[in-house]
Design a protein around this ligand. Structure first.
Ligand code: LCS
Length: 407
């Protein structure tokens, strides 16, 4: 049994972590160096020509960064990883690699707000065309394909609506029309979903979230499935410059070792909280792929190894009641982001998805009363008690009359 080929937790603890050959350090050393000395002019020239391995300059590669990239590529079942300074830098780099003036992208309508703004506002200035559609319905994707379509960009589960897109069926469409299928796997993580195994070409992540897991780093990664893609993306990353700093890479790599444990604990609590929400009279609706009433439960079971740790819901009494709830809970912190050890709660319409127009939000199903709960690693019983207490306060609140309009 080799460490790299073991189960998920064995891989996440050991992948990319050979003891340092100089002193035997068990943790990967931090090569906090912007540049690397050549032994002679010929060696420098050979490295630039790509005829000799070894490092040149940290924007183009760094040993600490490479250890992290290798670890995540192996967890995703990919060919290579390319770490970036943020999730947005990962997405920008991939799209700059595969799009050009007049090329067309089809994307999931309810993606992380800035991912969509990047395409519809910034890439549009360079002539990129796009349609963001409800990719949960495969026919909408088929109908949007044009001769100029190059990229199919999906996020599943979607931020913040927690709807799912069928990766396998997207891969079929992508193959048929020669599109590059890019999947943002931030919400699921490779613990629960490995899009490359389902036929995707490229995976992107905001490593700021679960992969790092401690709300202390902003970073991203691109995982390619072929050497050709790695080379193409690497060239754009080298020139675009959105590379990660070695110290940030080391922090993410440390967090990565407990990814499986953290996701398991957070998911256990998310399941329990979804049940509390479902059974509470102050709650109008809940969306969580682990719940028996999620319309895509079957797809969740088919393409994911678990429903994840993020859920969304709305309470009776609209936004006012939601505002009270978000200020009432004691354990979840009122903050954007997700995937850290601490539970976070936020209001997408006025926060993470405020950069979209009201019309785009409505079309994507991001209701004004949608509350997103990103569950962390606190004790499940404490999270339950806290949330139940806050929901009970809504029922007692006179001006909201929450109890009155619930049955
Ligand atoms: N992709 C997804 C699915 C995300 O949720 C985010 C950030 C990004 C990409 C961008 O990654 P970043 O550049 O921030 O590392 N999502 C956020 C959220 O929901 N709240 O705050 C940030």
């Amino acid at each position: 049994m080799s460490k790299e080929k073991g189960g998920f937790n064995t891989q996440s603890v050991h992948a990319g972590c050979e003891p340092d050959p100089l002193h035997g350090g068990v943790s990967v050393p931090i090569y906090q160096s912007s540049t690397f000395a050549f032994q002679g002019v010929d060696q420098g020239a050979a490295r630039f020509r790509g005829e000799e391995g070894g490092y040149i300059y940290t924007r183009m590669g760094n040993p600490t960064v490479a250890a992290l990239e290798g670890a995540i590529a192996s967890m995703e079942g990919g060919h290579a990883g390319l770490a970036t300074s943020s999730g947005m830098a990962a997405i920008t780099t991939v799209l700059l690699t595969y799009l050009e003036a007049d090329a067309h992208l089809i994307g999931t309508d309810s993606v992380y707000g800035p991912s969509r703004v990047l395409v519809e506002k910034h890439l549009r200035r360079f002539g990129v065309q796009s349609d963001f559609v409800d990719t949960t319905n495969i026919e909408h994707i088929r109908a949007a394909v044009r001769p100029e379509t190059r990229v199919l960009y999906i996020e599943t589960p979607e931020n913040p609506t927690i709807r799912l897109t069928d990766i396998r069926r997207c891969a079929e469409i992508a193959r048929q029309h020669e599109l590059v299928l890019v999947v943002d796997n931030t919400f699921a993580t490779p613990v629960l979903q490995r899009p490359l195994e389902l036929g995707a070409d490229i995976v992107v992540h905001s490593m700021t979230k679960f992969l790092n897991g401690h709300a202390d780093v902003v970073a991203g990664i691109i995982v390619t499935s072929t050497e050709q893609q790695r080379k193409a993306v690497r060239e754009v990353l080298n020139h675009h410059g959105g590379c990660i700093d070695p110290h940030q890479a080391w922090l993410v790599h440390r967090g990565l070792k407990t990814l499986g444990l953290r996701v398991a604990q957070a998911q256990k609590s998310a399941l329990a909280l979804s049940e509390i929400l479902h059974g509470h009279p102050a709650v109008e609706w809940v969306r969580y792929p682990g719940a028996s009433d999620h319309p895509q439960r079957e797809l969740a079971q088919k393409q994911m190894d678990g429903p994840g740790a993020i859920l969304c819901f709305g309470v009776h009494g609209g936004l006012e009641a939601g505002r009270l709830l978000m200020e009432q809970v004691k354990i979840p912190t009122l903050a954007v982001s997700l995937g850290g050890v601490e539970t976070l709660i936020e209001h997408p319409a006025s926060m993470t998805h405020a950069s979209l127009t009201q019309e785009a939000r409505q079309q994507a199903g991001i209701d004004d009363n949608l509350i997103r709960l990103a569950v962390g690693c606190e004790d499940t019983a404490d999270l339950i008690e806290d949330l139940r207490g806050a929901l009970d306060v809504l029922l007692r609140h006179e001006t909201l009359a929450v109890g009155a309009d619930s049955d």
